[in-house]
Design a protein around this ligand. Structure first.
Ligand SMILES: Nc1ncnc2c1ncn2[C@@H]1O[C@H](COP(=O)(O)OP(=O)(O)OP(=O)(O)O)[C@@H](O)[C@H]1O
Ligand SMILES: [Mg+2]
Length: 240
């Protein structure tokens, strides 16, 4: 079996929708027939488990980093899908010092049977755990000056390290006063892979702990996520 296509989802500003994108992108890929591993690499504020309502777990990301357990022991199968999740565990993650993490890159040797690995990451840290193991660094930004400026900073970091990167704009309303998508793309130097609408389904999904895609496949947000997943399937095919 080949190597999985690894997507690192990051942002330099918090609350832009990284986790919502991770969870729904991973689910969308699995709905399109791919075997997907979703890793909660946000050891500062893990919330993938919250979004998927898989919180009652004894093992997770920190066990992987401490090499206490292997992927097979910590990955949880989500519902009847081919989506497997490595949750972050808040109480345990705190034991892992940030200085330790810098030395310990996440190893994905056991992920050989997966088509895709999607990794959620901490806001604003250039951690070495996931920094050099991905095929695409997906940068999430909202159409605000603050978020954009920080997204460009992450983009520059990826460029400097010669790492592939893509932009996804989230919570776009196209309302008057919002920075137009085209202007953001011009500043970024490439088209956004996806422009995700601001959609109340995402709030609802958070409250009910059911991913937006599962709540309603036809909501504007869900449709855009499925489109993004198709784009990544295309990219992974070109890679292989
Ligand atoms: N497209 C959207 N439409 C409406 N609400 C959204 C959308 N995307 C995200 N949200 C809401 O924005 C908030 C932040 O989303 P999320 O937790 O995914 O961001 P994050 O970047 O992972 O945050 P953190 O920095 O804390 O990890 C949540 O309340 C979520 O429901
Ligand atoms: Mg998050």
């Amino acid at each position: 079996m080949g190597k999985p296509y690894v997507i690192r989802v990051g942002s330099q500003s918090g609350g832009v929708g990284k986790t919502a994108v991770c969870v729904n992108l991973a689910l969308a890929l699995s709905m399109l027939g791919k075997k997907v591993l979703l890793i909660d690499g946000d050891y500062i504020n893990p919330s993938v488990g919250f979004y998927l309502d898989i919180e009652d777990v004894k093992a997770g990301m920190s066990d992987l980093l401490e090499r206490k357990k292997g992927l097979k022991d910590v990955a949880v199968k989500y519902d009847n899908t081919e989506l497997y999740v490595v949750p972050g565990i808040l109480s345990v993650t705190i034991k892992v010092k940030r200085s330790d993490l810098k030395q310990v890159p996440l190893r994905l040797d056991e992920a050989a049977g997966f088509d895709f690995v999607v990794i959620d990451t901490p806001t604003g840290l250039y951690d070495n755990i996931t920094m050099r193991i991905f095929d695409d660094g997906l940068i999430v930004s909202t159409p605000t000056m603050r978020s954009m400026r920080m997204a460009f900073e992450l983009s520059a970091i990826y460029s400097k390290a010669k790492l592939n990167k893509s932009l996804v704009l989230n919570r776009v309303t196209n309302r008057k006063g919002e920075i137009p998508v085209r202007e953001i793309e011009d500043a970024f130097g490439a088209r956004a892979l996806a422009v995700l609408p601001d959609d109340p389904i995402v709030y609802e999904s958070e409250v009910r702990q059911i991913p937006a895609l599962k709540l309603n496949r036809n909501s504007p947000f869900s449709k855009s996520m499925l489109e993004l997943a198709r784009i990544y399937i295309g990219k992974s095919t070109n890679k292989g």
